[in-house]
Design a protein around this ligand. Structure first.
Ligand SMILES: C[S@@+](CC[C@H](N)C(=O)[O-])C[C@H]1O[C@@H](n2cnc3c(N)ncnc32)[C@H](O)[C@@H]1O
Length: 206
């Protein structure tokens, strides 16, 4: 049975994904949790979560998520449901309450005025004391793809996260961390806000 160490490597993941997923796993801790991954698409995170022993449900509005995540999970000897779903769609899933919801580079792929609503919606899926773990772009430097720089959806600064996501979510901010990564060199680390192009933060349901 493969373990999490064989998957959570810099050979398999970009610097950005390695940093983000290590941060998520760290925040979740060692005890088994029920976790909804929002916007999973072709992410390795759901498999990593399952390998860590969490009960994971992968979701994305992209219908490709179901088959891809199932195949990937099988290849790593784990199993979890992967649903085509997005909050607010008519085709609602009956979802239980989760200990945590993870959203890596997903909330920011929505209009700024929808992002707070989404964070609030995802917060409603949490058990009391549960965490919404968000990873996204902070601001843009040389390291980010040209097309992202031109995309208004990606123009969020640190203040933008406060205004568009954190405040409307109704959740409490517990941790706000910064990191940078450089696609070209595959470098990256957690750092001061001055150097950062990315953020990872935890919101808790009171
Ligand atoms: C850049 S991909 C990130 C994939 C993955 N989380 C990762 O860590 O690489 C963003 C994904 O979020 C999904 N997404 C964004 N907004 C969504 C929404 N409102 N409902 C469902 N999925 C959404 C998109 O369909 C897309 O597959």
């Amino acid at each position: 049975m493969p373990d999490v160490k064989s998957l959570l490597t810099r050979e398999r993941l970009t610097a950005a994904h390695h940093l983000a997923y290590s941060w998520v796993l760290d925040r979740l801790g060692y005890d088994k949790k029920s976790v909804l991954d929002f916007g999973s698409r072709y992410s390795l995170l759901p498999t990593l979560l399952a390998l860590k022993g969490h009960d994971v449900t992968a979701t994305d509005r992209d219908p490709g998520v179901t088959a891809w995540q199932a195949d990937h999970a099988r290849a790593w000897g784990v199993k979890f449901p992967a649903h085509c779903w997005h909050p607010g769609s008519e085709d609602q899933l009956t979802l239980p309450k989760f200990d945590a919801v993870t959203a890596c580079w997903a909330i920011q792929h929505n209009e700024p005025e929808t992002q707070g609503w989404l964070a609030h919606y995802l917060g409603r899926l949490l058990k009391p004391g549960g965490s919404l773990l968000i990873v996204g772009a902070f601001k843009f430097g040389e390291s980010v793809y040209e097309e992202h720089r031109a995309d208004p959806l990606w123009r969020l600064s640190g203040d933008g996260h406060a205004q568009h996501v954190i405040e409307p979510s109704g959740l409490q901010l517990k941790v706000f961390s910064h990191f940078y990564y450089v696609h070209a060199t595959q470098e990256g680390e957690f750092c001061s806000p001055k150097l950062a192009n990315s953020v990872a933060y935890e919101l808790v349901k009171p």
